[in-house]
Write a protein that binds this ligand. Structure first.
Ligand SMILES: Nc1ncnc2c1ncn2[C@@H]1O[C@H](COP(=O)(O)OP(=O)(O)O)[C@@H](O)[C@H]1O
Ligand SMILES: [Mg+2]
Length: 162
C-alpha cells in the first residue's frame, strides 16, 4: 500500500521531536494486544525516531535501536513490543519469516518500510507516512484501516494529541 497522502484521514504537523513524541505517546497509550502500526517515509524522515518514542511510552526501558540489520527486535514494555525494519527483506523472505506470528500475536508491532510488504500486512492497521518538511519539522500523515484504528483517528481528529 503506497501511501497516498491525499487520502490520509488526519495530518499531524510536528514542529520538532517533542511534537512527534506527543503523537507517539498518545498512540502508545492506546495500544492493545495485536496493535500494528505501519511506518513509511524516506530515509531519515523519522520512522525510527517515532518508534523509539513510541517504545518509551509503551514502557520499554533501555535503548531501542534501528532494526535495519536485525530485521526484528523484541522488547518488553506494558506489552511486548516488536520493532521491524523490512527495508532489506524481499517479500518471499518476509513470508518465510512468519511475520503473521507477530502481527496476530499479543504484542504491539511497528514496521518500518511497511509498504514493501503490503501483501502480508494484516488488514487492520494504522498507517503513518512521515515526511520531512524542514530540519525538525515533520508532517505525519495518518490513515486507519479497520478497528480500533478508525476510532483512534476519530479521537485524534477531535482532541489532537493533548
Ligand atoms: N520532529 C521530528 N520527528 C522525528 N524525527 C526528527 C524530528 N526532528 C528531527 N528529527 C531527527 O530526524 C532523524 C530521523 O532519523 P530516523 O528516525 O533514523 O529516520 P528513518 O528511520 O525514517 O530513516 C533523527 O535524527 C531525529 O532525531
Ligand atoms: Mg529507520
Amino acid at each position: 500500500m503506497e501511501f497516498d497522502k491525499a487520502s490520509a484521514d488526519w495530518v499531524y504537523a510536528a514542529k520538532d521531536l517533542g511534537d512527534t513524541e506527543k503523537l507517539a505517546e498518545v498512540l502508545a497509550g492506546q495500544a492493545i494486544p495485536g496493535t500494528v502500526i505501519a511506518l513509511d517515509g524516506d530515509l531519515g524522515a523519522g520512522k525510527t525516531a517515532f518508534s523509539k518514542l513510541f517504545a518509551k511510552h509503551l514502557g520499554v526501558e533501555g535503548t531501542v535501536n534501528s532494526p535495519t540489520f536485525t530485521l526484528i527486535k523484541e522488547y518488553e514494555g506494558r506489552l511486548l513490543f516488536y520493532h521491524m525494519d523490512v527495508y532489506r527483506l524481499s517479500l518471499d523472505e518476509a513470508e518465510e519469516l512468519g511475520l503473521d506470528e507477530y502481527f496476530y500475536g499479543s504484542g504491539v508491532t511497528l514496521v518500518e518500510w511497511a509498504s514493501l510488504i503490503t501483501e502480508i500486512l494484516p488488514p487492520n492497521l494504522l498507517h503513518i507516512y512521515v515526511e520531512s518538511v524542514a530540519s525538525t519539522e515533520r508532517n505525519l500523515y495518518v490513515k486507519g484501516y479497520g478497528q480500533p484504528y478508525e476510532a483512534w483517528i476519530k479521537t485524534l481528529k477531535e482532541n489532537g494529541v493533548s
